[in-house]
Design a protein around this ligand. Structure first.
Ligand code: UD1
Ligand code: MG
Length: 426
């Protein structure tokens, strides 16, 4: 099995944030989470080592709570990328297999690319493979220096490069695959005699060549995948790139999306064919949307939402943790949270599932069975069940279970005072 090392100890000064860089989120998933999941989704890796340093406690806690096959290793102080990787040496002393090294701030890397990268490394019997990319503007990246026979000689950092080397457009993407048993010795030989006085991970390439190892480069096909996040601007750009890819996948799969520019769909959402997503819809978290549904305009799905086929979620409807069966409509101005709703239900405009009790700080469930009709502007105070076929009159506040096929209505009596306007206001 494969191991991964994910570098995440750096400071991320340009984020100008109290949150560590790798814990910034796109669609409620951290940058680090995207990288770990990309590795996990290759199906090749059994353990991920995350190198932490800056605000280590917060990243450690996040990893512990979210990823069972990941563990953190502290790097303090941070003396460079080579030093960062060397922190795992005590944990992998006897490991004999491949190690992939990645950065925690490149959330767009895909499992397909990592898999192909590792497979090519194995196919070529490579000991050390570096991922490269061709950039029209290679400034700030390490440059790949090739030998006259085309094989990789070394990587030179921008700050150490000659004018000639700076003109090289093939850059180091920062992702590596190592035959661990053969390359681990490099980490005790790294020196800091460079412009930044750091232990450069990139120096393992030269080391590999000196030891007569098979050193290769794999050229990345889609440069977007190594887009690194250094600022809030980059964060918004990465979110747009990710969203665009997701939207294109759904369009290819037969989902109608009226306006890709104003529609946001999280990577963990599946949508059945012939569903239509109307403009200005925001879908975050993990959701399953059936076929022939209509979502939006201006709808907000907040995660853990399952919609069967032919469900309508209309404008200004917010849905969270909800299971909604087929042919049910909630067309306007509604909040549906922590609920199970049957099929052929109509949820009137302005309906609220009041799921939160501020005294106990607990959330409770609303259950609405098949064929129920909820009148406009009703509040359903959870925990509550509205049984099959019941009707709730408009403007009702429902605080206890309603039996099947009953009418439930709470409403102040209507008072009409004839001639009142003429008497008082005219
Ligand atoms: C590095 C590469 C460069 C490559 C670029 C790709 C080196 C010496 N250079 O440069 O060739 O083109 O990545 O993005 O490796 N980190 C630690 N501990 C440290 C230092 C860094 O964990 O002591 C982490 C950072 O948090 C970051 C990653 O390593 O996630 C890369 O570090 P960074 O300083 O951004 O390296 P670059 O200068 O970009
Ligand atoms: Mg960098």
């Amino acid at each position: 099995m494969l191991k991964s090392i994910i570098l995440a100890a750096g400071k991320g000064t340009r984020m100008k944030s109290e949150t560590p860089k790798v814990l910034h989120e796109i669609f409620n998933k951290t940058l680090l989470g995207y990288v770990i999941e990309a590795v996990n989704n290759t199906g090749l890796a059994d353990e991920n080592f995350v190198i932490v340093g800056h605000q280590a406690e917060r990243v450690e806690e996040y990893i512990k709570n979210n990823y069972k096959n990941a563990r953190t290793v502290l790097q303090s102080p941070q003396l460079g990328t080579g030093h960062a990787v060397s922190m795992v040496l005590p944990y992998l002393q006897d490991f004999d297999g491949e190690v992939v090294i990645l950065c925690g701030d490149t959330p767009l890397v895909t499992p397909e690319t990592i898999k192909e990268f590792v497979e090519e490394h194995k196919k070529k019997n490579s000991d050390l493979t570096v991922m490269s990319a061709i950039f029209e503007n290679p400034t700030n990246y390490g440059r790949i220096v090739r030998k006259s026979n085309g094989s990789v000689d070394s990587i030179v950092e921008e700050k150490d490069a000659t004018t000639e080397q700076k003109a090289i457009k093939e850059i180091n993407a920062g992702i590596y695959c190592l035959n661990w048993a053969k390359v681990k010795g490099a980490f005790s030989d790294l020196k800091t005699n460079n412009a930044q006085g750091e232990y450069y991970l990139t120096d393992i390439i030269k080391w590999g060549n000196e030891k007569g190892l098979a050193v290769n480069a794999y050229v990345l096909k889609d440069n977007q995948e190594i887009f690194g996040i250094n600022s809030k601007l980059n964060l918004s750009q990465a979110a747009k790139m990710l969203n665009k890819k997701i939207i294109e996948k759904h369009l290819t799969n037969g989902v109608t999306i009226i306006d890709p520019d104003t529609t946001w769909i999280s990577p963990d959402t599946t949508i059945g064919s012939d569903t239509t997503i109307y403009p200005s819809t925001y879908i975050e978290g993990k959701n399953t949307i059936g076929k022939n549904c209509k979502i939006g305009p201006f709808a907000h799905l907040r995660g853990d939402v399952i919609l069967e086929d032919y469900v309508k979620i209309g404008n200004f409807v917010e849905v969270k943790k909800a299971f909604i069966k087929s042919h049910t409509n909630a067309c306007h101005l509604t909040y549906l949270g922590d609920c199970e709703i049957g099929s052929d239900v109509n949820i009137g405009a302005g309906t609220i599932t009041a799921n939160y009790n501020p005294l106990t700080k607990e959330k409770s469930k609303t259950i609405i069975e098949d064929n129920v009709k909820i009148g406009s502007n009703s509040v359903l105070v959870a925990p509550v069940t509205i049984s099959e076929g019941a009707n709730v009159g408009a403007l009702s506040c429902i605080t206890k279970p309603i039996q099947a096929w009953a009418l439930a209505i709470t409403r102040a009596p209507l008072k009409v005072v004839e001639g009142w306007v003429k008497k008082h206001l005219q």
